[in-house]
Ligand binder design. Structure first.
Ligand SMILES: [Zn+2]
Length: 202
């Protein structure tokens, strides 16, 4: 049973939009947590059973995955304990998603699905199940460079972050930096990058 919450399992352009949604929401003080990205048939069947043959509230009307099965959709909740399903939160983030070009399940008439976002560009469920994908725009490069680095250093080693800084020409020679014994630095690496980001964003 596959139920991934890894953003890397999304189609690259959808991953780009998901990341942008998280960033834009954060600018408004909204903490987004991705709860589901890629699903297989077994997991969708398990979800479909909820509220029907299994206890709980009905959460889906689909027996087999469509947008979730092709990495075209993701679900979110609020990253605050006890306020995960706050409607006000979903309405605000939903609005942001729509401005980014995502389709928001909160706008659906038949089955309102507030945690759900997708990028299918009008493809039908049947077309998606048959393996069709929408035409994806090119992922913009550059711009927001500091933001991207901030994300990457959280996930990668200090060594990788320094290589990235060097690649983006923020520092001259990654070898000089790598030669330093980072463990012995008096300023922790994360603090260094935090300061660096602030400097770039001035
Ligand atoms: Zn969903």
């Amino acid at each position: 049973m596959i139920n991934s919450r890894n953003i890397n399992d999304l189609q690259p352009y959808v991953k780009y939009l998901a990341q942008k949604l998280i960033d834009k929401a954060e600018e408004q003080g909204l903490k987004v947590l991705i709860t589901s990205t890629l699903r297989d048939k077994e997991y969708q069947a398990y979800l479909y059973a909820q509220g029907r043959t299994r206890a709980g509230q009905i959460v889906t009307n689909l027996k087999t995955p469509t947008a979730h099965g092709s990495g075209l959709a993701f679900d979110i909740c609020q990253n605050i304990k006890g306020k995960e399903w706050d409607i006000d939160f979903f309405n605000k983030v939903g609005k942001i998603g729509v401005t980014l070009g995502l389709e928001w399940g909160g706008n659906w008439k038949i089955f309102v699905d507030r945690p759900h976002f997708q990028y299918v560009q009008g493809l039908t469920n049947t077309q998606i199940r048959a393996g069709m994908l929408p035409k994806f725009p090119k992922i913009p490069t550059g711009g927001g460079g500091a933001m991207k680095i901030e994300k990457s250093w959280q996930q990668e080693t200090g060594e990788e972050a320094i290589k990235q800084l060097s690649l983006k020409k923020f520092i001259n020679n990654s070898e000089d930096w790598l030669a330093k014994d980072l463990e012995k630095e008096t300023v922790p690496l994360w603090l260094f990058f935090e300061m660096f980001n602030r400097f770039l964003n001035q």
